[in-house]
Write a protein that binds this ligand. Structure first.
Ligand code: TXA
Ligand code: MG
Length: 332
């Protein structure tokens, strides 16, 4: 256990060089720094230093079988971490980097096995957020960074979320305010054929439009090891969580059973029937994504027995949201 992490405010649009260099110095000496990104907050360590990267697994309680995403400053740096940069990767990088897309490619020998969880590939992403971009550029480091939450929990979208989960286990938290994306990057592999391994902020439809071809989707179901983070229960609150088309009936049933409940309501739907904690979600997908993890964390923090979520609409821009809702929820 370390002394509590220093939380340092940093301007999201024009980060102060002195702050960035302080974070860079901690990272260069093998420390752990939580960083804002445009998706969620990440827990960063030097990617090419085995001991530094290993600390991430210890802080998060992450199984050593789950590989880390390596954040780099540009496509040239991404190529330098790969032994075989697929031709299609350049098309995707051109279209979506910097941004919330992670590309899996055969790894270079420089990438330690701890980062790739012993596998032959490495996941690479150039973030769009000015803070990590400045950190990558000024430090010259590549940074392994999974989401900065305890393993299997809900990803953090504010510095406070990180502090609550990991404050006694890391050196520094850069606080640039709430994440604007709100859910994680899309993870895609290109070899042998393009396949989305994790749904995320870039939709499958956008990737297909960019590549001019159909891409395979994540393999569903329990026990899938292809993208090891895709265990069925992940992104999960402590309370039992249910997604439903009929929240009023479900809430009434829980009340009858003597259970306390919170409700994540959709848009303008009436919540008069419910007296417990409520989060009301916006009706546009980008806004819904931005607020989802905060809502889950806040309601989970109210120590209710169950969280009932009104099912949002379907459509390409809602796909990743439905994925995260199903992972957060309890099988009935
Ligand atoms: O938006 C994001 O991607 C955030 C920010 C911080 O960049 N990071 C993030 O990392 O969500 P993490 O570790 O929570 O999720 C990474 C996902 C996991 O599902 C992991 O299994 C998968 O990417 N992954 C990492 N390396 C992989 C690889 N070589 N092959 C297949 N999947 C990989
Ligand atoms: Mg995660």
């Amino acid at each position: 256990m370390l002394p509590p992490a220093q939380v340092v405010k940093v301007d999201a649009h024009a980060p102060d060089d002195a702050v960035i260099d302080r974070a860079g110095a901690i990272l260069a000496s093998g420390g752990l720094v939580a960083i804002p990104t445009e998706t969620v907050y990440g827990l960063a360590a030097m990617a090419l230093d085995e001991r530094a990267a290993q600390k991430i697994f210890e802080a998060k309680g992450r199984p050593s079988t789950n590989p880390l995403i390596v954040h780099v400053a540009d496509v040239a740096a991404a190529r330098a971490h790969s032994s075989q940069w697929p031709a299609l990767a350049d098309r995707l990088a051109e279209a979506f980097w910097p941004g919330p897309l992670t590309i899996v490619a055969p790894k270079s020998d420089r990438v330690p096995d701890v980062v790739s969880a012993g596998g032959p590939t490495v996941a690479l992403r150039v973030p769009r957020h000015p803070v990590p971009l400045a950190l990558l550029t000024r430090s010259g480091l590549s940074l392994a960074a999974p989401s900065a939450n305890r393993s299997e929990g809900v990803s953090p979208t504010t510095a406070d979320h990180v502090l609550a989960d990991l404050g006694d286990r890391i050196d520094m938290i850069l606080d640039a305010g709430p994440s604007t994306g709100g859910i994680e990057s899309t993870v895609v592999e290109l070899l042998p054929v393009p396949r989305v391994l994790r749904l995320g902020l870039v939709s499958v439809a956008e990737i297909e439009a960019c590549l001019g071809m159909k891409v395979a989707r994540p393999e569903g179901g329990a026990g899938v090891a292809r993208s090891p983070g895709q265990h069925r229960r992940h992104y999960a609150p402590r309370a039992k969580t249910y997604v439903t088309d009929d929240p009023v009936t479900m809430l009434a049933r829980f009340a009858q059973q003597g259970l306390t409940a919170a409700w994540i309501a959709f848009g303008e739907e009436s919540t008069d029937a419910h007296h417990g904690p409520i989060a009301r979600m916006p009706n546009r997908a980008v806004d819904y994504a931005r607020e989802l993890y905060s809502a889950l964390r806040r309601l989970d923090g109210a120590n209710v027995d169950v969280i009932v979520i009104s099912r949002p609409p379907t459509g390409p821009e809602w796909e990743a949201i439905h994925d995260r809702l199903s992972r957060a929820s309890t099988d009935e």
